[in-house]
Ligand binder design. Structure first.
Ligand SMILES: [Zn+2]
Length: 85
């Protein structure tokens, strides 16, 4: 499967965003990014650790692709990974 396209309009990918640009909320263990509809795109740390990179907005059909380096994520959330295994 070729999934290297930065933008995939057919899948309603609104934008590609670096993980550093997302807001992390520790209480939710999730990342957020403002959606143009006024809600927020959401992706959890668990989803990212499973290899998912699409954050969805719960209020509309838009999605964003989250750009991240798995090694960075694993290092940043090593405590969380330990506690979830
Ligand atoms: Zn939205």
């Amino acid at each position: 499967m070729a999934t290297n396209a930065m933008y995939d309009k057919e899948n309603n990918i609104y934008d590609c965003v670096e993980i550093e640009d997302l807001d992390f909320e520790e209480d939710d263990q999730a990342f957020y990014y403002p959606c143009p509809c006024g809600d927020r795109f959401t992706i959890t740390v668990q989803q990212i650790l499973k290899g998912k990179d699409i954050a969805k907005c719960p209020s509309c059909s838009l999605k964003i692709k989250v750009i991240y380096d798995m090694d960075y994520v694993k290092e940043k959330f090593s405590d969380l990974i330990m506690s979830s295994i």
